[in-house]
Write a new protein. Structure first.
Length: 132
């Protein structure tokens, strides 16, 4: 259900940007979602379409997933997160609290759980386009 809360935050932020930029109508909002957030894209799209109003009532939302790239602090190995390697319970835990990924994920080269997340975390608005 956190997709609905995310959608509300996206709508609020896009509305604030439209106001600041003097847009009368928002036509497009590009959103990047980090893979570690494990957002259900269909639910987020549904929530956005149901929550949009005012200047955003005609807006189209483009959602792009940014792959999670990790780097081991011990051996320097870099790799991409693969959700398919996780069981359902672990996947669900990371879905709700991405910060606990270190508890479940290890470097495939040396086995260390000490890694940094280089890409693929968080949600941000890449652009808000509209008409003045």
């Amino acid at each position: 259900m956190h997709e609905w809360a995310l959608a509300e935050a996206i709508i609020t932020t896009a509305s604030q940007i439209a106001e600041k930029e003097g847009l009368n109508e928002v036509t497009e909002v590009k959103i990047k979602v980090g893979e570690l957030q494990q957002v259900e894209k269909d639910i987020l799209e549904f929530a956005l379409s149901n929550l949009k109003s005012g200047k955003l009532h005609k807006a189209k939302f483009q959602i792009e997933t940014m792959n999670a790239k990790l780097k081991c602090r011990v051996c320097g190995n870099q790799w991409f997160f693969n959700k398919e390697n996780l069981d359902e319970k672990t996947s669900e835990a990371i879905h709700f609290v991405p910060e606990i990924a270190h508890t479940y994920i290890q470097c495939p080269k040396c086995g260390s759980p000490d890694f940094e997340i280089l890409e693929g975390r968080g949600i941000w608005l890449e652009s808000v386009k509209g008409l003045k």
